[in-house]
Design a protein around this ligand. Structure first.
Ligand SMILES: [Zn+2]
Ligand SMILES: [Zn+2]
Length: 213
């Protein structure tokens, strides 16, 4: 009886003449199991495919949204408005404006949004000193400064008002007339920039006493 039990398949209960045939029979159970396995791995392959598809969708969305301006930074031609002043790059240029042969005053607070932020280009007082303060070493232009000026809420006078909308201002940089557009005129450390509307005075300032700035 014991031998009979040994030749009985413990999986399906089939009886066999000898252990060889029983072993052979047991192999068929293993094969069934192994044919069952691919089904499991197939379904897990679907899962992997699903995860990959979901990841692809997320990546596509991320790329899509990174292309779209997400937060309105309010930057002006690359000049951003930060809650505090940039300290990495801090240089100064000076601006004089002569309209109809008279020196006019550059307003304080150009590029400063009260209790909000400071553009990287701004004026703290009416001296004409342009503060260039940004978190990175960068090149800025006169065009950007004028844009910032006219984008400063509540600034008075605006650039247009001060120049009576004159589109043909003469520009002098360190005493030399420059015919480039405002966007092509760099603001470099200790530059003396003079904008003239109307008659050009006999002498144009070529430098400015920056003191400790
Ligand atoms: Zn400043
Ligand atoms: Zn400064």
């Amino acid at each position: 009886m014991l031998k009979d039990t040994e030749k009985k398949c413990d999986i399906c209960g089939s009886k066999f003449e000898n252990s060889d045939k029983l072993d052979q029979h047991k192999e068929s159970h293993k094969e069934k199991n192994s044919t069952g396995r691919p089904k499991v791995s197939q379904s897990s392959r679907y899962k992997v495919t699903g995860i990959a598809a979901a990841a692809a969708v997320i990546i596509v969305l991320m790329v899509y949204f990174s292309d779209t301006p997400s937060v309105p930074t309010g930057d002006i031609q690359g000049v951003e408005c930060d809650p505090s002043e940039g300290t990495v790059f801090h240089v100064h240029a000076h601006l004089d404006m002569i309209v109809d042969s008279k020196q006019v005053t550059i307003p304080a607070g150009i590029g400063i949004k009260q209790n909000q932020c400071l553009y990287w280009l701004h004026t703290h007082d009416t001296s004409g000193v342009i503060h260039i303060e940004s978190p990175t070493q960068s090149k800025f232009t006169l065009g950007q400064f004028i844009q910032v000026w006219d984008s400063t809420p509540g600034i008075s006078p605006t650039f247009e008002e001060l120049t009576h909308g004159d589109k043909n201002l003469k520009v002098f940089v360190n005493g030399t007339e420059v015919n480039d557009s405002y966007d092509a005129i760099p603001l470099s450390a200790h530059d003396e920039i003079v904008l003239v509307s109307g008659d050009v005075p006999p002498s144009i300032p070529s430098s400015y006493e920056f003191g400790g700035l």
